[in-house]
Design a protein around this ligand. Structure first.
Ligand code: ADP
Length: 209
């Protein structure tokens, strides 16, 4: 809000060219998206604290859902020249869950992979299932997370030393992922080693047919 009001105030001090106005409006739009995301995250966590999340479980096609999330992140990864590839079992896998919340879960994980992977890196998303569980693995070639930090990154407001990356954030994304997984009776784990990037694995119970 401070950045936005500052830019708007400067822009309004005198008459500007159309392109100057466009620049300010574009920047305000980006800051607004960040604010929407932050407010949604805070509301999600506030609801969780009040025990107000009621999941309406339905049968969700995971191949479709992951495809949809990736389509939404394609521009961002292309802009960074990051290759995003998906490997899915031939058979569709269905989990029992709420699509909007599950999309948020995988959006956060894959978005982080893009944010914390340097340009020209690669991200692999693989999807597999057995009779009981669906497993989604997101593997990137980005900066690694120390063993000490791996224990803390799912805590609210925890961010790994921000000097390592210029990425803006509040340390809420993975805390939300953890609670979404819990609401779906699943599991989320991270593995990261020097020079190997990070791998996030989500396991969710299959929908009953
Ligand atoms: P944010 O990204 O807003 O800081 P998150 O809760 O999503 O908050 O992530 C917490 C921290 O975990 C990040 O600050 C980052 O340091 C680390 N992290 C998350 N995902 C990755 C990843 N794919 N590679 C390296 N570090 C990551």
């Amino acid at each position: 809000l401070t950045i936005m009001t500052g830019e708007l105030e400067v822009a309004l001090r005198k008459d500007r060219t159309t392109s100057d106005y466009k620049k300010v409006l574009t920047s305000s739009k980006e800051e607004t998206y960040c604010l929407i995301n932050l407010v949604e995250n805070l509301l999600f966590l506030a609801r969780e604290d009040q025990g107000k999340h009621v999941i309406e479980f339905e049968k969700v096609d995971m191949t479709d859902l992951i495809g949809n999330v990736i389509a939404n992140l394609q521009t961002e990864s292309t802009d960074k020249k990051i290759t995003l590839h998906v490997k899915a079992d031939v058979e569709p896998t269905f989990v029992s869950g709420q699509p909007s919340i599950l999309r948020r879960l995988f959006f956060n994980i894959i978005h982080n992979a893009i944010l914390y992977t340097p340009a020209e890196g690669s991200i692999g998303v693989s999807l597999s299932g057995n009779k009981q569980y669906t497993e989604v693995i997101v593997k990137d070639t980005g900066i690694c997370i120390s063993a000490e930090d791996q224990k803390k990154i799912f805590n609210r407001f925890y961010r790994v030393d921000s000097s390592r990356s210029q990425t803006k954030g509040y340390g809420l994304g993975l805390a939300i992922c953890k609670s979404i997984v819990k609401l779906h009776h699943g599991r989320i784990t991270v593995h990261s080693a020097l020079g190997q990037g990070s791998t996030f694995t989500v396991t969710l119970p299959m929908a009953k047919s």
